[in-house]
Design a protein around this ligand. Structure first.
Ligand code: ATR
Length: 281
């Protein structure tokens, strides 16, 4: 019998996840279906309940429901930073598994990003200076695996400084390297520094908004990684214009999907041909 999965978001029409999972299923001979479902903004929990009642085996969760997915899960895996002593009890979950009558939450975004950076792009993060732009769901999702890579330092900056400070507080006790948050409105704080890896986890690219970064921010051979995909964002153009290597988030998208596929099906798909196929569409 075909096992059913879906990706839940709002909006969702742009999602490439059904295409990706279909390619994985063909590659591995798994009998699954995977569709996209738009949940009402105030109806995420009801949508999940309906899917479970209809016998779906799991789902992917995307914007804006990743924090709600965390709250809804009966338990979360280590990929979600529930182990941090922040008392905040807020984290992002992008994959739910409905087997065994429970909702188990995972976050495969971070490991997907790290795989794309370290394996596909052969960029070693250890001992590098990392700047994380943004402090929303996408930023939360990458923290745990980023910490495991042990960069030299992590600086978090965000339009709303308090949210960056919340992340700093959350991970400070766990990180084995300096973690700081800075305001990007005080431009001078950032203009004194250079970074080897700059990760754009903001959604500013959706509205083609420029980020107020100093042009000197990129160290020689720096990698500028935008989690968005599909077109060049102002951040990507800015980084290219100022000498950085640039990556979009397509590889991350496929890698996080592969991780979810593995969690659900126990089979590891080959991501390279899927990334290549999507680049042609
Ligand atoms: P996601 O799940 O995609 O991270 P989110 O939780 O709404 O979505 O977070 C969006 C992130 O992008 C936030 O860091 C947000 O900054 P604020 O915390 O100040 O809202 C950032 N962001 C969105 N639009 C932006 C813009 N035009 N310029 C700068 N940052 C922006």
């Amino acid at each position: 019998m075909t096992d059913r999965y879906a990706v839940i978001g709002n909006p969702i029409s742009h999602s490439k996840s059904p295409q990706i999972h279909q390619m994985f299923a063909e590659q591995t001979g798994q009998d699954i279906s995977y569709e996209k479902i738009e949940a009402p903004l105030d109806g995420f929990a009801e949508t999940i309940e309906r899917l479970r009642n209809d016998g779906y085996k799991g789902c992917s969760v995307t914007v804006p429901f990743k924090f709600e997915a965390f709250k809804l899960a009966n338990s979360v895996s280590e990929s979600v930073i529930d182990t941090f002593d922040s008392g905040e009890n807020a984290d992002a979950v992008n994959t739910l598994d409905f087997r065994n009558l429970k909702i188990v939450g995972y976050n495969t975004d971070g490991s997907g990003l790290l795989k794309d950076i370290t394996i596909n792009r052969q960029f070693n993060i250890s001992k590098k200076r990392v700047l994380l732009l943004g402090a929303g769901g996408a930023a939360y999702g990458v923290l745990h695996p980023l910490l495991n890579e042990e960069p030299k330092e992590l600086v978090i900056t965000n339009r709303t400084l308090e949210k960056a400070q919340r992340i700093e507080k959350k991970i400070r006790g766990t990180a084995k390297f300096p973690v700081t948050s800075v305001s990007w409105s005080s431009y001078s704080d950032l203009s004194k520094k250079q970074f080897d890896l700059v990760i754009n986890a903001t959604s500013a690219g959706l509205t083609d908004s420029e980020l107020p970064l100093p042009p000197t921010i990129f160290a020689p051979n720096a990698l500028a990684y935008d989690m968005m995909y599909g077109r060049e964002t102002p951040f990507m153009k800015f980084a290219r214009d100022h000498g950085a290597q640039v990556a979009d988030g397509l590889g991350m998208l496929v890698e996080q999907a592969a991780e979810a596929f593995y969690l659900w099906r126990g089979v590891q798909p080959d991501t390279a041909p899927v990334i290549a196929a999507l680049r042609l569409t």
